[in-house]
Design a protein around this ligand. Structure first.
Ligand SMILES: [Zn+2]
Length: 321
């Protein structure tokens, strides 16, 4: 009898411990089913791949919230997604290669025809000897002496709202994690290695849900790992095939096995591959195998306009139809 009672009590303890444990696990879990990510572009710089260059839109309840990069062709998919510039809480730029930012001036000019009157924070990398820092980049584009000087009111205040540049240190030799919050979203960045180009990986979080964007990186120094933990969606760039021997490309991009390593180490719930190039387009089976040798979670190969739910990591639609 006494033994039975002991077991009943011990069982009670175990149950209580389990409840506490699952409450903690739940605290870390994604609690917002209304967040999704639209892939505005899933290609790289090539113009013969039938894909827009990279860009992503994090939305809540179908409304635009955080824009991450805005490469060539993404402005059209922004429209197709029904996104409104008025709704944007922040723009996060990962680097100043053309395929990541080419449509940015189009966003600024497009804003002229909207009712937006709230300043728009634009986060982007610091510069170095070969690439301008965010404020210089913006000044050279839309400053009073820039190529599109007629848009300078969006920097100096002559228009109905201003872009508010926030420069984030992007030296991968000093990979300090940056954090901020905008419109209820927690935003973090870490410098990532992209040859000599200053570049940032980004993490966007709300209600325990996290989306991590690798940007272009070789992940030398494994700095991306610092912001990847427990990502519900890890959007990783697949610009080189497994076994690549292209020394220039290897300094810029990571192989699929490295994507698998990060995803496994981070316990990512779902991986979405993007930034395909002709050299990765036709080897998706090999890519899946190289990633799968290290990571057993969900793996998706993005197409332009794909929409992924953050809490499930599943594709839930497309902005093409
Ligand atoms: Zn790129």
């Amino acid at each position: 009898m006494r033994t039975k009672r002991f077991f009943r009590q011990a069982g009670g303890f175990a149950l209580a411990a389990l409840l506490v444990f699952s409450a903690n696990a739940q605290a870390a879990a994604c609690r917002n089913p209304n967040l999704d990510v639209v892939v505005l572009g899933s290609g790289g710089p090539e113009l013969d791949d039938n894909r827009a260059s990279v860009g992503y839109l994090v939305r809540e309840n179908g409304r635009a919230a955080v824009l991450v990069d805005f490469g060539s062709g993404t402005s059209l998919n922004f429209e197709r997604a029904g996104a409104k510039i008025e709704d944007l809480q922040a723009v996060l730029l990962s680097q100043f290669h053309v395929d990541h930012v080419n449509d940015f001036p189009a966003l600024v000019k497009g804003a002229f025809f909207t009712r937006r009157n709230r300043d728009l924070p634009v986060y982007g990398p610091s510069g170095n000897h070969s690439v301008p820092a965010l404020p210089q980049y913006l000044a050279r584009l839309i400053g009073s002496k820039g190529a599109y000087a007629y848009l300078s009111g969006f920097l100096d205040g002559g228009e109905s709202f201003r872009l508010k540049p926030v420069t984030v240190a992007a030296d991968a030799a000093h990979p300090k994690v940056f954090a901020a919050s905008e419109g209820g979203f927690r935003i973090s960045a870490v410098p990532v290695t992209h040859s000599i180009i200053p570049a940032l990986g980004w993490r966007v979080e709300k209600d325990g849900c996290a989306v991590v964007f690798s940007s272009g990186t070789s992940n030398m120094g494994r700095t991306l790992d610092k912001i990847a933990a427990d990502a519900d969606l890890l959007v990783a760039h697949n610009a080189i095939p497994e076994g690549s021997t292209d020394r220039v490309a290897l300094k810029l991009h990571m192989m699929p096995s490295e994507i698998g390593r990060i995803a496994a180490a981070a316990h990512a719930k779902s991986v979405v591959l993007s930034h395909f190039m002709n050299r990765t387009e036709n080897v998706m089976r090999e890519t899946a195998a190289a990633i799968g040798s290290r990571y057993k979670g969900k793996l998706n190969f993005a197409r332009d306009c794909d929409i992924y739910a953050v809490h499930s990591g599943e594709k839930i639609g497309s902005c093409l139809h």
